[in-house]
Design a protein around this ligand. Structure first.
Ligand SMILES: [Zn+2]
Length: 120
């Protein structure tokens, strides 16, 4: 059984948007070289998205612009301290994000750009 409690629907129009472990998500398929990535589907709004897409974003308490900026700096090779200073983000938060995104920071950045989180 897949543990989807860490995930939530990414469709901001969905009533279950941002609610983790609401039981509205199912795994529709797997992809990646080791089939290690899952495609998730929300049973409420029928949205489909990659499990990679939203996890770090929703695990952070940062506004999307700030999160994006942190990712940009990490992807450009800035250190945690420098990124924190430039983005005005706590160093611990930058460290956490950098661990979550790891070597995939650049891929993730591309996905997030495609995803284009809306501005409140
Ligand atoms: Zn939904």
């Amino acid at each position: 059984m897949d543990d989807l409690s860490r995930f939530c629907c990414l469709n901001s129009d969905c009533p279950e948007h941002g609610k983790r472990g609401a039981g509205n998500l199912t795994v529709t398929s797997r992809y990646g070289s080791q089939k290690e990535r899952r495609m998730l589907r929300c049973s409420v709004c029928k949205a489909r998205f990659s499990e990679r897409k939203g996890t770090p974003y929703f695990d952070s308490r940062l506004p999307p612009e700030t999160f994006q900026s942190v990712l940009d700096h990490i992807a450009e090779g800035c250190g945690v301290r420098q990124t924190g200073r430039l983005c005005k983000v706590d160093r611990g938060t930058v460290g956490r994000l950098s661990r979550i995104t790891g070597e995939h920071a650049h891929d993730l950045h591309d996905e997030l750009v495609a995803f284009s989180p809306e501005h409140a």
